[in-house]
Design a protein around this ligand. Structure first.
Ligand code: ZN
Length: 94
């Protein structure tokens, strides 16, 4: 099943949707329009077409690196740790 990335439209203190979050959805599920945690409006971040593999493929860090992208995962409020690609190991909104 694919992961979809969402971003909230406003600053939020919600632990789910503050900044960007990733959620596992079935391919036939409709896109979320609100955060499942706090109900704040969110929008889906559309992946680059060349990063979308065959159905059932996960987005591998190596593919992200090959495509020249850097992937971060959230480790705290406003703090992200790099999980693939080139770039700073830690980025912080502070
Ligand atoms: Zn939320």
């Amino acid at each position: 099943m694919p992961f979809y990335e969402y971003t909230s439209t406003d600053e939020s203190d919600c632990p789910q949707c503050a900044g960007t979050f990733t959620i596992l959805q079935h391919i036939s599920d409709s896109a979320l329009s609100t955060c499942p945690c706090c109900g704040q409006p969110v929008r889906r971040v559309i992946s680059a077409p060349n990063l979308v593999g065959h159905p059932g493929d996960d987005l591998k860090p190596s593919k992200i690196e090959e495509a020249g992208f850097t992937q971060y995962r959230k480790i705290g409020k406003g703090v992200y740790e790099k999980s693939a690609g080139k770039g700073p190991g830690i980025i912080s909104a502070d």
